[in-house]
Write a protein that binds this ligand. Structure first.
Ligand SMILES: [Zn+2]
Length: 351
């Protein structure tokens, strides 16, 4: 079994939604559930040893637009969110993360050393990530507090516009060059993350925003849960030029398990074969090299292939990669070592 440190999940969102319905998030995670993708037992069964756990403020019920007769779709952008309600929701999601930590259901990690220690102890190693920074506010007033609380990664935007920049819509086929890049506040956020040691995640941002971050940051370029545009031309996937820039910075791309981002036809369809996942990994490895490819499942945030089904099925992807010819050392890089190297660099840790 290859221990996996995964680049993106939305388990906090699921636990928060169920908590609003009266469920106990600590019990749901530690005792297990048949809902969603991740809990302690299923993570252990699938070798999901840890990952970046998103604080994500949801946009109501965003439903993918039904494809037309050509299989094309363009879901309208979600409306922008206000700062203060977003901050309140983000605090509630973070609160669940701390409750899980206090109860020993998982361990919140703030350094690579802490991640490795939790993995060795077989306790889920959670790192706090923020997906879309509406909660931070345009003057970055909440950034220091979230960093002090353990926030170690953030994406300035989700697939919606905010004071920091612009996100791409869920659309097929479409280029990621769908709008403007960073705002002045967005550039300021990138510089602040460089100073504090918070990883900047390029998933969901427009292509212009990607280049704005690339010319400003001193970190390796990272797209935590994105795939290959040449194989699946949705706006959320990365062009060859973007992949080349990620390679040059020695950053990484985490493979997203969302079927819309894996299938050649861009459809949401659980009957998606593992071969579609392997094809994206092969392309990424060929274009960027083995050091720049990792995993970013989007567990609890997307429709994923039914063969994997949930975190317990995670090693089926590893087995498929093994069958495709990847050896142990390569799989160790894809499954965890590339993530740990890049996180250490963004967090100003000695190599
Ligand atoms: Zn996402």
């Amino acid at each position: 079994m290859q221990a996996v440190f995964d680049g993106h999940n939305d388990v906090l969102l699921r636990l928060w939604q169920h908590a609003r319905g009266g469920a106990d998030p600590v019990a749901e995670f530690s005792e297990g559930t048949d809902k969603g993708h991740i809990d302690a037992a299923r993570a252990k069964a699938g070798g999901l040893a840890g990952g970046l756990c998103a604080i994500y403020v949801p946009s109501g019920d965003l439903v993918l637009k039904t494809p037309d007769e050509n299989g094309h779709y363009a879901t309208p952008m979600a409306a922008p969110l206000d700062h203060l309600p977003s901050l309140a929701t983000a605090m509630e999601l973070a609160d669940i993360a701390f409750k899980l930590d206090r109860a020993g259901a998982w361990r919140l990690c703030r350094s690579v050393e802490e991640i490795r220690a939790a993995m060795a102890d077989e306790v889920f190693a959670a790192v706090l990530h923020m997906e879309g920074c509406e909660a931070i506010g345009p003057d970055l007033a909440a950034l220091e507090t979230f960093h002090a609380a353990g926030l170690r990664s953030l994406g300035p935007v989700w697939s919606r516009h905010n004071v920091f920049g612009h996100g791409v819509p869920f659309a097929y086929p479409m280029s990621p060059d769908t709008g403007p890049g960073l705002t002045e506040a967005g550039f300021e956020l990138v510089r602040a993350c460089n100073r504090l040691g918070i990883l900047i995640d390029l998933a969901h941002i427009t292509e212009k925003g990607f280049w704005d971050v690339a010319k400003t940051t001193d970190q390796p370029l990272v797209a935590s849960h994105s795939n290959v545009h040449a194989l699946t031309p949705v706006a959320r996937n990365l062009t060859d030029r973007q992949l080349d820039a990620i390679r040059e910075s020695r950053g990484l791309v985490g493979l997203n398990y969302a079927t819309t981002m894996l299938r050649p036809d861009g459809q949401e369809n659980a009957a998606t074969p593992l071969s579609d996942m392997v094809r994206h990994v092969d392309y990424l490895v060929e274009r960027m090299g083995i050091d720049c490819v990792a995993l970013g499942s989007d567990f609890d945030g997307a429709t994923i292939p039914e063969e994997i089904a949930d975190a317990a099925g995670n090693q089926k992807l590893v087995a498929a990669l093994e069958d495709a010819g990847y050896g142990d050392a390569e799989l160790a890089k894809i499954c965890r070592e590339n993530w740990l190297r890049v996180l250490g660099q963004a967090w100003h840790e000695p190599a």
